[in-house]
Design a binder for this molecule. Structure first.
Ligand SMILES: Nc1ncnc2c1ncn2[C@@H]1O[C@H](COP(=O)(O)OP(=O)(O)O)[C@@H](O)[C@H]1O
Ligand SMILES: [Mg+2]
Length: 219
C-alpha cells in the first residue's frame, strides 16, 4: 500500500506551493490517474513518490509518504527501487545499453535474479507489450514510442510492486496504447499499483481512482 499524508511541496522559497497538504491512499491492484494541466505538478508528484525528490532533485517537502507503512524518507533510492519504479516522461533519459535485451536485463541483474529467470522475464515483458521483434535491436535506432515501450519492459522485468508511469501514452501508436492498457489490466489483477500521469485521457476506460492536481489534489 502507498499512502500520502498532508503532502506539500515547493522547489524553492520563491516558487509556489504545488500541493496543498493533500492526502491519498492506494491499495494493491489499484490504478491512479494523475490528471492536471501542463505545469500542475504531475511529474513532480511521481518524482516525490519514488524518492527522486528530494534525494536527487532538491526541494522543500512537508508531509509523509509511506510504502507498506515504511516512511520512504528513511530509505535509500536503491532500497526503494525494487518496490517502486518510474517510467520517465522522456525515455531517452533511462536507456543506457546498446541492445534492447541488455537494457531489460540490467535491473534484475542488479538484484541478483537468476540468469534463467531473467531470460524468462525479458520474454514475458516483451510479449506483454507486443515488442518481441525489438529484442536484439539497437536501442539508439528505435523510435520515441519504441524507446518508451522498451523502458517500460525494463520496469516490468524488475517486477516492482508500484509502477509510476509519466505520460506513457504520449508518442505511442493507438495499437501500442491497447497493449499498454492490457499490461496495466493484467499486472493490476496481480496486485500491482499504478500511478499514471496522463493528460490526454487515453486510459480513462481502465478502472481507476483520480488525483486531479488542477483541483488542489482533490480525489
Ligand atoms: N527541477 C525544477 N526546479 C524548479 N521548478 C521546477 C522543476 N521541475 C518542475 N518545476 C516547476 O514545477 C511546476 C510543475 O512541473 P511538473 O511537475 O513538471 O508539471 P507537469 O508534469 O504536470 O507538467 C512547473 O511550474 C515547473 O516549471
Ligand atoms: Mg510532466
Amino acid at each position: 500500500m502507498l499512502e500520502i499524508n498532508n503532502l506539500s511541496f515547493q522547489y524553492s522559497e520563491e516558487s509556489s506551493r504545488l500541493f496543498q497538504a493533500f492526502s491519498f491512499k492506494a491499495k494493491c491492484g489499484e490504478t491512479v490517474l494523475v490528471k492536471g494541466s501542463s505545469g500542475s505538478g504531475k511529474t513532480t508528484l511521481l518524482n516525490l513518490l519514488c524518492g527522486v525528490i528530494p534525494k536527487v532533485i532538491p526541494g522543500k517537502l512537508s508531509g509523509k509518504i509511506t510504502i507498506n507503512d515504511h516512511d520512504i524518507k528513511r530509505q535509500k533510492l536503491s532500497e526503494l527501487s525494487p518496490y517502486i519504479s518510474l517510467l520517465m516522461q522522456d525515455p531517452e533519459l533511462q536507456l543506457f545499453f546498446p541492445i534492447v535485451e541488455q537494457e531489460i536485463a540490467f535491473g534484475p541483474e542488479n538484484f541478483q535474479v537468476e540468469p534463467e529467470e531473467i531470460l524468462s522475464r525479458i520474454s514475458t515483458a516483451l510479449k506483454l507489450l507486443g515488442i518481441e521483434h525489438l529484442r536484439y535491436r539497437e536501442t539508439v535506432n528505435l523510435s520515441f514510442g519504441e524507446k518508451k515501450l522498451v523502458a517500460l519492459a525494463a520496469l516490468i522485468a524488475l517486477d516492482p510492486q508500484i509502477f509510476l508511469l509519466d505520460e506513457p501514452t504520449a508518442g505511442i501508436s493507438s495499437q501500442q496504447i491497447e497493449y499498454l492498457k492490457n499490461v496495466i489490466k493484467t499486472l493490476s489483477e496481480n496486485g500491482k499499483i499504478f500511478f499514471i500521469a496522463e493528460h490526454q485521457g487515453e486510459l480513462l476506460d481502465l478502472p481507476h481512482l483520480t488525483i486531479d492536481l488542477d483541483d488542489s489534489g482533490a480525489i
